[in-house]
Design a protein around this ligand. Sequence first.
Ligand code: SF4
Ligand code: SF4
Length: 58
Amino acid sequence: MAHIINEACVSCGACEAECPVQAISQGEERYQIDPKKCTDCAACVEVCPVEAITKAEG
Ligand code: SF4
Ligand code: SF4
């Protein structure tokens, strides 16, 4: 399981600096999370100004 960034992302970049395992990077349309690196710590969720990061379902 991993966290995901949805279409609400405004590419502010705040989450990237917050991730302790460097799972977040800038994608073509918005920032993205590498599910193989994400540990579900949720540190990124706290800093996102538009609540674009959520825990993946399932
Ligand atoms: Fe990184 Fe934690 Fe966010 Fe996963 S939940 S992308 S490990 S800050
Ligand atoms: Fe996108 Fe939120 Fe990350 Fe900013 S903090 S880049 S709005 S997901």
